[in-house]
Design a protein around this ligand. Structure first.
Ligand SMILES: [Fe+2]
Ligand SMILES: [Fe+2]
Length: 362
């Protein structure tokens, strides 16, 4: 039996995104979908905790989608899968210095985020749970550079402060933020001040090293975004109740890991330079030993759980306590929400607190 809702999902995921999901409880359609759901849910809906975790993840995925769409409009591939924008040739070329396939990867990462947000909201709806729609917060300005759509955005990619400690975190064999350790920055300049990761106007397209520094910033930001998703899914998975919800978190989380792995490989190709306009410096990461060496992209074994155990190659951090609020703080610290309303922060904080209150079994 096919509901109208299912037909819509299969044939037009873009219209779903444009319309967004209505914030509201289950409907008759949701009840009918339940009969198609897995046996785990045959007798009822999601636990309160599972719904809260999925809702926070839906919000995080909508935020990821918004920022990736901006990258795709300017430096990706604009097509029916990821529509919007018309490309900025000079910026696209500067991003391609990191890898000639960058446009394809940007497109595919964007497509993946669209699918993550859409799936999680559809799953919530199918179980009669409230979904997440952030459309009313799409108020931030677009880049004025050639190629960008002029529409309201959830995120700001023009004033970023990128924490590049993830780079050394995955190369250290003795430190782990879950033990309270602080890892050094790979690109110290990116971790302070405010830097555009996309051209703000066509004035940013020259001189060449200024544009390349914007493209390099994007390269490290791509990896930063996806290392965050990598940790977030692993952290929240520890507190879900139903095995099917665990399956969702492990399966989507794994795709975040694949993104991160790709991007940290590409970021290592960012040419060392100093931006003649801003002074932002990308140092030679291969000049200073293993903690920044670019080809060490496999997670170096490090301490995990207890120092009495041998070091092990793992995702880190994965500490679950406060993981959702930690993500909101990280997004905020990154500058992604500069210009957002108090109401936006209130909604996001409420979703994060509810997710962090979730416990396995409740
Ligand atoms: Fe995602
Ligand atoms: Fe992601």
């Amino acid at each position: 039996m096919e509901t109208t809702e299912r037909v819509e999902h299969r044939t037009s995921r873009r219209s779903f995104l444009v319309k967004g999901a209505a914030v509201g409880g289950g409907t008759v359609a949701a009840g009918r979908l339940l009969s198609d759901a897995s046996p785990a849910f045959a007798s009822g809906g999601l636990t309160k905790g599972d719904a809260a975790i999925l809702r926070f993840l839906a919000a995080a995925e909508l935020i990821e989608t918004d920022l990736w769409r901006q990258y795709n409009e300017l430096a990706g591939i604009q097509d029916s899968e990821v529509p919007g924008g018309s490309g900025n040739p000079a910026y696209t070329e500067a991003v391609a210095v990191l890898d000639e396939d960058m446009a394809q990867y940007i497109h595919d990462n964007t497509d993946d985020e669209i699918s993550h947000a859409r799936f999680i909201n559809a799953y919530l709806r199918a179980h009669g749970a409230q979904t997440v729609n952030l459309d009313k917060f799409r108020t931030l300005p677009s880049s004025k550079a050639t190629g960008a759509q002029q529409i309201g955005r959830l995120t700001n990619l023009m004033q970023l402060t990128v924490n590049t400690s993830f780079w050394t975190r995955y190369r250290s064999d003795s430190l782990n933020p879950d033990f309270g350790d602080t890892l050094p920055q790979a690109i110290p300049d990116l971790a302070t001040g405010q830097h555009p990761a996309i051209p703000r106007t066509d004035a940013d397209l020259a001189p060449p090293d200024h544009l390349q520094s914007i493209a390099n910033t994007a390269g490290f930001h791509f990896a930063w975004v996806e290392q965050g998703g990598t940790s977030l899914y692993a952290a929240l998975a520890q507190r879900v109740t139903h095995s099917e919800v665990l399956r969702i978190l492990l399966s989507i989380g794994g795709s975040e890991i694949m993104h991160f792995q790709t991007w940290q490989d590409k970021a290592g190709n960012a040419p060392p330079l100093t931006d003649p306009t801003t002074g932002l410096t990308f140092p030679d990461l291969n000049a200073d030993g293993e903690l920044t060496q670019t080809n060490l992209i496999m997670p170096e074994p490090t301490i995990f759980l207890n120092r009495k155990f041998p070091i092990v190659s793992i995702i880190r951090p994965t500490q679950t306590k406060g993981a959702a609020m930690g993500t909101v703080k990280a997004f905020t610290g990154d500058g992604l929400f500069i210009g957002q309303s108090k109401k936006f922060f209130a909604v996001l904080t409420r979703l994060a607190r509810a997710a962090d209150a979730a416990r396995h079994g409740s």
